[in-house]
Write a protein that binds this ligand. Structure first.
Ligand code: NAD
Length: 348
């Protein structure tokens, strides 16, 4: 199934109902604002703490505000009049970031804590939280041939220190706001989202973007070598951004998924070595590989079990990795050329 055959989303929203997206200066938040604009919604409020010129995407017609949502007053201002609130704001990055900056990751709990309370007090109809596969028990992810993670695998809890525990705790906030206060919340556990308009250099980028950039650098400099973090046998699945934005919409507007964490990821598993080969083949080069065994590499293996999403939505992310990586490589190639020519590009 691809974008053209995705089932229509049933929503009880008017086209001028206010939709608030937190973290909209970032990769997924910015893509979500664009997605809703393309769906015909005209009252969109985009919020991020980054100064506006540093946002990855600015959607024409959306109200774009620079606010630090870890501050209570900002959170209150952000959600005034909101019908739906999507929390995509977090201090995050690839393994290089989340293994080094656990305090920053943990502090994102302030954003969700203030935002959900403010959304509740403002009378918002629905609240979405972007959780992560890092919330899963890490003991289940020590083997590259890992069995795919299903939703119940988060407990007994042994999440990724810092980032994963913040996600697990914020999920619980969402569940209890529904149980105790009746605020309708929805929670998706994203598995490695990638695609155009994401970070591709600067230290927060994830494996797919990092591989594209390294291959482009090799071609540009004529130094046909590539360094891989870890031994390259670690496995992951990667979900294309268009599947992610559509999936968020479906999950937010499904009554069976109130306060119920659900995987939003692809089930196409690949090793990092094979991901490098895929990018090489897209670029038409072959590079000499070296392995940095001391670099951050995360868990040995991780995949998304999509049984539950298939059961409730009759859909799962299905853009093939090859198709998504071709689009991502083309976009990063353009960014690379722009940066070289001195034009402004997406960074952190
Ligand atoms: P991103 O870093 O591109 O975007 C996050 C944005 O949140 C940034 O622009 C940042 O400035 C903003 N932000 C951080 N703290 C803020 C604050 N106090 N106030 C206002 N804005 C703040 O990351 P992303 O990839 O777009 O991720 C979006 C969400 O999805 C995050 O919650 C992340 O943890 C989650 N997630 C992403 C992935 C992935 O693969 N990209 C995987 C799992 C979960």
């Amino acid at each position: 199934m691809n974008g053209t055959t995705r089932p229509r989303v049933e929503r009880d929203l008017r086209s001028d109902d206010l939709i608030v997206v937190a973290g909209a200066g970032g990769f997924i938040g910015g893509s979500l604002v664009r997605y809703f604009a393309e769906q015909g919604y005209t009252n969109l409020r985009a919020i991020d703490r980054k100064p506006l010129p540093e946002w990855y995407q600015r959607v024409p017609g959306a109200e774009s505000l620079c606010l630090d949502l870890s501050e209570k007053e900002s959170a209150i201002a952000a959600v005034q009049g909101a019908v739906e609130v999507y929390n995509l704001a977090a201090d995050m990055g690839g393994m290089g970031f989340i293994e080094r900056f656990r305090v920053e990751c943990l502090r994102s709990i302030l954003v969700n804590t203030h935002l959900i309370e403010a959304a509740y007090r403002a009378g918002a109809r629905r609240y979405f939280f972007s959780s992560s596969a890092c919330a899963y028990n890490t003991d289940l992810q020590k083997d590259p041939q890992v069995r795919a993670l299903k939703e119940s695998d988060a407990y007994p809890a042994m999440a990724e220190r810092g980032y994963g525990w913040e996600k697990l705790m914020s999920e619980m906030f969402c569940q209890e706001y529904w149980a105790e206060r009746g605020l309708e919340t929805h929670i998706a556990r994203f598995h490695n989202i990638y695609g155009p308009h994401g970070t591709w250099f600067g230290g927060r980028e994830k494996a797919p973007a990092a591989m594209c950039r390294k291959v482009l650098e090799a071609q540009d400099t004529g130094d046909f070598r590539i360094e891989i973090w870890g031994d390259g046998t670690q496995t992951r699945s990667f979900c294309f951004i268009d599947d992610c934005t559509y999936g968020i919409d479906r999950i937010m507007h499904c009554d069976e998924l109130i306060a119920t964490p659900i995987n939003l990821g692809s089930s196409e598993l690949i090793s990092i070595n094979d991901l490098v080969s895929m990018v090489e083949s897209i670029a038409g080069v072959e590079l000499e590989r070296s392995y940095d065994l001391d670099a951050p590499k995360g868990v040995a293996g991780r995949n998304s079990d999509n049984t539950f999403i298939q059961q409730v939505l009759g859909w799962e992310p299905s853009t093939s990795l090859r198709e998504g990586m071709e689009k991502t490589y083309a976009w990063i190639g353009q960014q690379y050329a722009d940066r070289k020519a001195g034009r402004r590009v997406v960074t952190d």
